[in-house]
Ligand binder design. Structure first.
Ligand code: SAM
Ligand code: SF4
Length: 326
């Protein structure tokens, strides 16, 4: 069984994009007011006095779009400076990155994942909803690269008939720059219609396509996460595949997820077992009581992981991926 030492922290439940696969148009979204978000100080207390003592050392800030949170720089600095932090990363759509990269660097951040589902501005616009924002995202990626963020990972959710024809072009980004492309199998979470219309593509098929074109060898360094990582011969970066649809890696799951409004969730595909940390924290309970609640959840997690593995998570799902944080 995996050691559970990785916490994904959603710092804000809203987003400036509306990606079709994450936050479909017409999805019934209900947002708690920002006063319900865990504050910087509450996050600091929970991390340093509940999670780190339980062995958590790897943290990722996500959203919604985490760069929308006004105090993202301060939260990043708190976690980067916390004794016990061994790894800190942010997942972002990159739209505000050019403006915020320097503050994040100064706060101590070195690792970024940026979503980039298409190199075609029009496809990108259709996928992410709203206006043409590809250029600004690309600029954000270039600024982060120039600043030295590494490893710099680009996340691609592959949707048949939408962006699958760009797999080679996206993989090619790893050849001349030390960028790490992560192809993610499209998951049926809160997007019933799109998933029913489009379905998903097996990572094995994408790997075959890339192998056929350039060859593909196992990367020398494998990450700590669920990606299977490869390298196009001679490339500076890597291509990885996150295959949660075609493979079951629930037994290797090393993470919990904390939502912006303070709910701790043991499994992405499963709503049972969640606990509310914010309400007792605001009521002033002792932090060692909260620590025990989380310790109990860690014990329960392996059994919870498998519960909805087969059925997926369409229908009756209260939170979208944007609210959970991916
Ligand atoms: N807004 C940030 C971003 O887009 O990177 C962070 C939050 S987003 C929910 C985190 C990750 O979840 C992104 O890489 C996104 O592509 C992925 N994601 C969202 N919905 C998904 C789905 N239905 N299947 C697979 N991945 C999904
Ligand atoms: Fe897109 Fe990320 Fe926003 Fe979801 S949270 S709509 S993936 S930018």
């Amino acid at each position: 069984m995996a050691t559970i030492n990785y916490l994904r922290i959603s710092v804000v439940d809203r987003c400036n994009f509306q990606c079709q696969y994450c936050m479909p148009a017409g999805a019934a979204m209900s947002y708690p007011p920002p006063a319900d978000w865990l504050t910087r100080e509450e996050l600091r207390q929970l991390l340093s006095q509940v999670f780190v003592p339980l062995g958590f050392s790897r943290f990722r800030l996500t959203g919604g779009e985490p760069l929308l949170r006004p105090d993202i720089g301060e939260i990043t600095a708190d976690i980067a400076q916390m004794p016990g932090t061994q790894d800190l990363a942010i997942s972002t759509n990159g739209f505000l990155l050019a403006a915020k990269a320097q503050a994040l660097w100064q706060a101590g951040l070195r690792r970024l994942n940026i979503s980039l589902d298409s190199l075609d501005p029009l496809v990108f616009q259709q996928l992410t909803g709203g206006r043409d924002r590809w250029q600004q995202v690309w600029q954000g990626i270039l600024v982060a690269h120039e600043m030295g963020f590494a490893p710099l990972k680009l996340n691609v959710v592959v949707i048949p008939g939408v962006n699958d024809q760009e797999v080679l072009d996206l993989a090619a980004l790893s050849r001349d720059r030390p960028w790490h492309i992560r192809f993610i199998e499209f998951m049926p979470i809160g997007n019933d219609q799109l998933f029913a219309e489009r379905g998903w593509i097996d990572s094995a098929q994408l790997r075959q396509q890339i192998r056929h074109h350039w060859g593909l060898e196992p990367a020398q360094v494998q990450g700590n996460g669920p990606a299977d990582v490869f390298q196009i011969p001679g490339a500076l970066g890597t291509v990885g595949f996150i295959s949660q649809m075609s493979e079951c890696f629930c037994d290797r799951c090393n993470r919990l997820r904390l939502s912006a409004d303070g709910w701790l969730r043991p499994c992405l595909l499963n709503q049972t077992g969640q606990i509310d940390l914010k309400t007792p924290l605001r009521q002033g309970v002792a932090l060692n009581w909260l620590r025990q609640q989380v310790a109990d959840l860690l014990q329960a997690k392996p059994a919870i992981n498998y519960t909805m593995r087969q059925s997926g998570a369409t229908g009756g799902y209260d939170r979208t991926m944007a609210q959970i944080g991916g």
